[in-house]
Design a protein around this ligand. Structure first.
Ligand code: GNR
Ligand code: NI
Length: 171
């Protein structure tokens, strides 16, 4: 198993729109294992394939305290959206930035599991926030896109500076 490299904002690859998975093969299953490992290693509660530069519609999520409740969503589709909630969001692709974002409160989701079986469920609270955040990644959207241009540009400059420094220091 491998810890995958996560793309950092504003890498243009984060803006690619992921294609539906046509048939789940061994490469997909390997990727899901590595994405899961990477999410846990980085202390994230979710990870979208886009963030590891793989542009098919795959998400892993685990919002549990004990990190023992993995949810794998292939070709996720949000069927219903109701209400609204605000949550302080962070993103593994936007390190050290936390900002409030408004999302739908309750959603109904349809997806395939790793065996290619269809399933549907309703989510609210943090799980709902996380699914909306991850589906956005698959659609080439990052949570800072919901912030004001001023805030987003400040975040962009800061992250570009940090990345140049890392490049100089060979990190
Ligand atoms: O680890 C993560 N925490 C988080 C907190 C609030 C709202 C969304 C998230 S998802 C994020 C991991 C990540 O970047 N997923 O794409
Ligand atoms: Ni994210």
């Amino acid at each position: 198993m491998t810890i995958l490299k996560i793309l950092t904002y504003p890498n243009p690859r984060l803006y690619k729109i992921a294609k539906p998975v046509e048939e789940i093969n061994k490469e997909h299953l390997d990727l899901i294992k590595n994405m899961t490992r990477t999410m846990y290693e980085c202390n994230g509660i979710g990870l979208a394939a886009t963030q590891v530069d793989f542009h098919e519609r795959i998400i892993v999520i685990d919002i549990s305290e004990e990190k023992n409740n993995l949810i794998v969503l292939i070709n996720p589709d949000i069927l219903e959206r109701t209400g609204s909630q605000e949550y302080q969001e962070g993103c593994l692709s936007v390190p050290h930035v936390f900002e409030k974002v408004e999302r739908f409160e309750k959603i109904k989701v349809k997806a395939l599991d790793q065996d290619g079986k269809h399933f549907e469920f309703e989510a609210e609270g943090l799980l709902s926030v996380c699914i909306q955040h991850e589906v956005d990644h698959l659609d080439g959207k990052v949570f800072v896109d919901y912030l004001s241009t001023l805030k987003r540009n400040r975040i962009k400059s800061k992250l570009i500076k940090v990345q140049k420094k890392k490049l100089i220091n060979n990190e």
